[in-house]
Design a protein around this ligand. Structure first.
Ligand code: ZN
Length: 291
């Protein structure tokens, strides 16, 4: 299923990106065994990372979103590339929290309300571009909107949502980013404000069977628009034996020798996916010789 689309008003005033990220968040929940509140928080971050990654131009460009709040889930990381595929990691995935005062999963409680959102874009050459902004609510969509307003001076509306079953599986997840383009008219801004204010939660729209294209149509109601792109994005880890070997090779030889002595097989887990890489003591010693 094409789960991510972008659409632009023919007037050039506004662009929007919409994703149904149900597949991504469901896979993340399986891999990381997250509690329901963490699934909601992590799922929102992965969702927006896919939306922001899909906007990168170069094949090797990458985007890291790091959320470092003072909540019990600890820090969150979501990584994506220009494909829009994402992977991620949470420090404490199984933290349980009661529902918040609105009876909703307590995303802000898991993330914390003090801390920073870091956005790192790496274009494969030179220093990566690093932006940051303070966490404003811990609900993530507001934090992203605030980041765009303060760090990139781009008026943006962002909405993100994750709906979780009582058995912890993911019912659905999705999100959108709407951005006014340079020189947007006041009239266009008013129309977008009205349409985004009137939008029901994205998880409700997905429950009603609305597609990303339907949702883009609702956001750009009042404009003639073009669909710029439709694509498939998923949870995808690109770890490999080669990459893990390279990381091990950078470890101090004394520490490697200690590993080789302490256990016949050294296991290295990928933080992003269930893969485990195993190295025998002989293989570890081989790495020392190559250093
Ligand atoms: Zn992996």
């Amino acid at each position: 299923m094409m789960n991510l689309i972008s659409a632009m008003a023919k007037t050039g005033d506004v662009i929007c990106y919409v994703i149904d990220s149900t597949n991504i968040v469901a896979r993340a929940e399986q891999i990381h065994s997250t509690s329901s509140a963490v699934t909601a928080a992590f799922g929102r971050l992965l969702t927006v990372a896919s939306l922001m990654g899909a906007r990168l131009k170069g094949e090797k460009d990458s985007l890291n979103l790091q959320l470092k709040g003072d909540g019990p889930a600890g820090s969150f990381l979501a990584v994506s590339g220009s494909s829009g595929n994402v992977r991620g990691y949470v420090q404490n995935p199984r933290v349980e929290l009661p529902l918040n005062q609105n009876g909703k999963l307590d995303v802000a409680g898991a993330v914390g309300k003090e801390g920073f959102l870091y956005v790192v874009r790496d274009f494969g050459f030179g220093e990566p571009y690093i932006g940051s902004s303070p966490i404003v609510s811990g609900e993530i969509a507001e934090d992203i909107t605030h980041y765009y307003a303060t760090s990139e001076q781009t008026p943006t509306v962002c909405a993100l949502g994750v709906l979780v079953n009582t058995d912890l599986t993911v019912i659905n997840a999705g999100g959108f980013i709407v951005q006014m383009l340079p020189g947007a008219s006041d009239e266009a801004i008013d129309i977008i404000e009205a349409s985004t204010n009137a939008m029901p939660p994205i998880t409700q729209l997905l429950c009603e069977g609305k597609s990303p294209e339907d949702i883009a149509g609702m956001l750009l109601n009042g404009f003639e628009y073009d669909i710029l792109e439709r694509r498939v994005t998923e949870y995808h880890c690109d770890c490999s034996l080669e990459r893990v070997t390279r990381i091990l090779s950078a470890i101090d030889p004394d520490d490697l020798e200690q590993m080789a002595q302490e256990q016949p097989i050294t296991e290295v887990d990928c933080h992003f996916c269930p893969k485990i890489y195993r190295f025998s003591s002989d293989e570890i010693r081989c790495l020392i010789k190559k250093q």
